[in-house]
Write a protein that binds this ligand. Structure first.
Ligand SMILES: [Zn+2]
Length: 253
């Protein structure tokens, strides 16, 4: 029987410090693997370090839109060097646009997003996208790079808006699909073909029901798989089997 891959974690977060060994032990026993996603250089390096230490961990490196002021030519060069030399780096991310926090002007965010997509193109890796209150601009930029694919993490849009991108992008579905009033995500999951969905936690954030409000944990992806199965009226086993296959494909695991 297939086991789950959590395609989006921040497992290096200080919220995991206290019981880190236990958390990793449970992941190793219960899951196929997890992907540790960086949001700046420090967390990207931490992700690589964990990936090199644990065989079931893989690393994604990049500068998050909220931290985009940390991005410059030197950082870009270092990310490229790491992407080419570190075998367990499987994508560039999380990158994108965040107009909610608006730490930097739209144009600065767009520039950092484009430069990092071009970096991914050069090193031939997929991208992991963060988009918040900036969906149209995000999709417009993705259109400029028809040869790049990846994962739209925590995708907030409709199926119709995602449709033109589904030939090369997967949609990351996480804990929010279990929230009772989240009709939008439930509707999206209903319409999305299963072969375009990957599971994610974004842990320690976005914890699914029944643990909503507590620290999220990669093993809780099982609740996400169960909810997707319920919505699509298929078995949880099928959800896990196909989404794990999808994760392996996009990250080339
Ligand atoms: Zn994230």
């Amino acid at each position: 029987m297939s086991k789950i891959i959590d395609t989006h974690t921040h497992i290096y977060d200080e919220q995991f410090q206290e019981d880190f060994d236990d958390v990793m032990k449970n992941i190793k026993e219960q899951m196929e693997g997890i992907v540790s996603i960086g949001f700046d250089m420090e967390s990207s390096l931490k992700s690589i370090e964990l990936a090199n230490k644990y065989d079931f961990v893989h690393a994604v490196i990049g500068i998050h839109p909220v931290d985009i002021k940390k991005y410059n030519a030197e950082v870009d060069k270092e990310l490229e060097r790491l992407a080419l030399s570190e075998k367990k780096v499987v994508a560039i991310g999380e990158i994108g646009l965040d107009y909610h926090w608006m730490e930097d002007p739209e144009e600065v965010q767009k520039e950092g997003f484009r430069r990092q997509i071009e970096l991914a193109e050069r090193v031939k890796l997929p991208i992991v996208i963060h988009t918040r209150e900036a969906l149209q601009d995000t999709l417009d930029i993705l259109k400029e790079y028809p040869c790049v694919g990846g994962i739209l993490h925590c995708y907030p849009g409709s199926f119709q808006a995602a449709k033109p991108f589904l030939d090369r992008y997967y949609i990351g579905v996480g804990g929010t699909v279990t929230f009772k009033n989240n009709r939008k995500t439930k509707e999206l999951v209903k319409e999305l073909p299963l072969d375009r969905i990957v599971l994610e936690t974004d842990c320690p954030y976005l914890t699914p029901v029944p643990f909503r409000g507590k620290r999220n944990n990669p093993v809780y992806t099982s609740y996400v798989a169960e909810e997707i199965a319920r919505i699509k009226e298929i078995s949880t086993e099928e959800v896990i089997e196909v989404t794990t296959e999808n994760a392996k494909k996009i990250y080339k695991l």
